[in-house]
Design a protein around this ligand. Structure first.
Ligand SMILES: [Zn+2]
Length: 41
């Protein structure tokens, strides 16, 4: 299992995720950040 570091597009926090994970694909560290970052309320 090779995890990589990504920078969250919303909170700019570095997080680790598997390249195949949704978090890596979307660029958000958490569902909360994805919600905020994508403009959903
Ligand atoms: Zn975040």
């Amino acid at each position: 299992m090779a995890y990589e570091n990504y920078e969250c597009r919303q909170c700019e926090r570095t997080f680790r995720a598997h390249p195949d994970a949704n978090a890596a694909d979307s660029g958000y560290c958490s569902p909360r950040c994805e919600t905020v970052g994508s403009g959903w309320s």
